[in-house]
Design a protein around this ligand. Structure first.
Ligand SMILES: *Cc1c(COP(=O)(O)O)cnc(C)c1O
Length: 457
């Protein structure tokens, strides 16, 4: 559709200029406004005649964007921040401009090929065999669900009909992400939570002990065992080798949720922490977390993609042309590997950035984050008003402010956000309200974090 109100050249310039400006900007932190405030400032934006692209862009720049927190701000240290590279962000514009359907090889071969190159890099880092492969999905939540659906498919296949009407059982630890709970709910399956150790780490021994209590018929219901590398709240990496050994010995699907942490595999100095991930049947990692890609980008990789294909492929009259292989060669249709059909080539910005900078830069950027984490741990150790809760495995730092009530934490956090200083929200650890930094941005400096710690005194 060609909009009528502006000269398209002028609009193009304005959009490209704004995008480049935003990519280069030292972004303001910003914060939410109420819907009433936004309505008052923005007015009616959807009108019969249209307000014109330049005006809509102005509204976005002046009203809407300032009501969104910049996740790439160097002092955004809540949840899991994002730090997309310039190359990745700029290429996102290209993906948007290119009108690619990336669900099938027939339509998106070139894009799918490049996405698969990026998946291959991740798969090789994890030590999976050459036949491994998968797809980029919107986020870890879809990645985990899709992997567990494939796991359930195989479990039912193996039982030759016996389990067709039996509820599946997914085994995970207390440190597993909420999306695992959400997946089991969506799948109408049960979740067995195995207690982790004091740091929140699941070990192979704890898993064995937890499974020993299971009745035989429950043991037969196990669809998958899930390990996390690392946990979102504490950044703790489960005993991937020990847990994987147990799953492999039982012949149970082993899924590793590395949404936040597994990006660190690309640093030779960190790869050892992931020993045992090569035992997995599937894993996920979110390049939109610690691999410098823009939202929404989760890599989902299967050891044996054929199982995922059997579990996920949609069949319909109008789609069957995609599955007619003249020479027995199976086309790589990304739609077949997750719970989705239409998809944008969301892995391309990540691929472009990897191609642009080279993989060494990725490892170096992880190392920079890990050096920052170590520096912050030292700062906390040296200060008398804060106390470290545990030595980090990765780049999540949990600590307490001595003498503070939960209300003190919340008031401080809100004050810092509204002042545009920092975005650090409280979390809880073993029932206590505490603070948590999550570092993924290589541009965050120890001096900036020192300022935040100072503001706590
Ligand atoms: C963030 C996260 C998820 C969920 O990923 P989304 O991309 O937010 O859907 C799942 N697992 C872990 C360990 C995470 O850190």
């Amino acid at each position: 559709m060609h909009q009528q109100n502006d000269d398209i050249e002028q609009l193009t310039d304005a959009i490209v200029q704004y995008s480049v400006y935003r990519v280069r900007l030292d972004p303001p932190l910003d914060h939410a406004r109420t819907a009433a405030e936004l309505k008052a400032s923005a007015g009616d934006t959807i009108t019969p005649a249209g307000i014109g692209g330049l005006e809509a862009l102005r509204l976005f720049r002046d009203v809407l964007a300032p009501a969104t927190i910049s996740v790439d701000h160097t002092k955004f240290l809540s949840f899991v921040p994002a730090a997309p590279t310039e190359a990745a962000i700029l290429f996102d514009l290209v993906v948007g401009a290119s009108s690619i359907y990336a669900g099938s090889w027939m339509e998106g071969a070139g894009a799918v090929f490049a996405e698969n190159e990026a998946l291959r890099w991740l798969s090789d880092l994890a030590g999976l065999p050459a036949r491994a492969g998968g797809v980029f999905v919107s986020g870890g939540t879809n990645g985990n669900l899709s992997a567990l659906i494939a796991a359930r498919y195989r479990w039912r296949q193996m039982s030759a009909g016996r389990n067709d009407r039996v509820r599946g059982l997914v085994v995970a630890s207390a440190g597993a992400h909420s999306s695992i709970v959400s997946a089991t709910r969506a799948m109408d399956s049960d979740l067995l939570t195995i207690p982790a150790d004091a740091r929140g780490r699941l070990s192979g021994d704890a898993l064995c002990a937890g499974l020993a209590d299971l009745a035989d018929q429950d043991r037969d219901r196990i669809v998958a065992i899930v390990a996390t590398s690392g946990t979102t709240n504490a950044g703790v990496i489960d005993d991937l080798d020990g847990v994987g050994r147990v799953a492999n010995d039982m012949g149970v699907w082993y899924h590793v949720d590395g949404a936040y942490g597994a990006g660190a595999m690309c640093s030779p100095s960190q790869r050892g922490k992931f020993a045992g991930i090569e035992r997995c049947d599937s894993f996920i990692v979110d390049p939109h977390k610690w691999l410098f890609a823009p939202y929404d980008c989760c890599a989902l990789v299967y050891r044996d993609p054929g199982i995922a294909r059997a579990a996920h492929t949609q069949h319909a009259e109008y789609l069957d042309v995609l599955h007619t292989e003249p020479n027995d060669e199976v086309d790589w249709n990304p739609s077949d590997y997750a719970h989705h059909l239409t998809r944008r080539a969301r892995g391309l910005p990540f691929w472009f950035s990897l191609a642009t900078y080279g993989t060494d830069r990725y490892g170096e950027s992880i190392d920079i984050t890990m050096q920052l984490t170590a520096a912050v741990v030292n700062l906390i150790r040296q200060a008398s008003h804060v106390e470290l809760l545990m030595e980090p495995d990765l780049s999540v730092v949990l600590f307490r402010r001595l003498g503070w009530s939960p209300a003190d934490y919340y008031a401080w956090s809100e004050r810092e956000l509204l002042a545009g200083h920092a975005f650090v929200v409280p979390t809880s650890w073993r029932g206590e309200t505490v603070l948590r930094f999550c570092f993924v941005n290589p541009l965050t400096t120890a001096a900036e974090v020192a300022d935040i710690l100072e503001s706590l005194s």
